[in-house]
Design a protein around this ligand. Sequence first.
Ligand code: IMP
Length: 191
Amino acid sequence: MKTELIFATNNIHKIDEIKPLLPIGINIISLDQLLFFEDIPETGNTLKENALQKARFIYNKFERNCFADDTGLEIDALSGRPGVYSARYAGEHCSFVDNVNKVLEEMKYENNRKARFRTVIALIYNDIEYFFEGVVEGEILLDYAGVVGFGYDPIFKPVNQLYSFAEMPLVEKNKISHRSIAAQKLVDFLK
Ligand code: IMP
């Protein structure tokens, strides 16, 4: 049976990461295929609230099964920041580089570099809401390493890995990442 799901995101990197994880029979519809280019409201206080808010917004608009992902980088030495504020950590309309620079500056003299990426996927399927979570532990590097990927990838090195996410081909990131763990749970559920 064929399952079609809208992925409620304008982030092309997230779509590129999730698409290869889906088996034949589960098709993703992107928002640009639906000619929807607006920002989706994201005002919750937790990743779960934000993921659900994004999924509900698109579900109500198009009345089709859909899912959304909300992701945060949680740094122990910063009491879990940027966490749910990861997208706009350096302020409204900031870039990935602004955010990364802010983290590097705040972590400049910090010895405890432990951090994790956490993704929550909210799925709305035939009016019922489901959640799937993925976490990857790692550390914040002292400086940029690599140019692949997006966001905080250049300063995050997963545990037991030699390279940052931005130094890995997508296929390697997808073997261990927060998003792929959550996506695998989504796929298992849909199967
Ligand atoms: P969002 O609110 O889920 O779109 O993500 C918040 C922010 O976290 C994004 O703007 C990115 O900077 C960052 N982010 C999300 N996922 C990843 C990832 O897989 N690697 C690096 N940064 C990410």
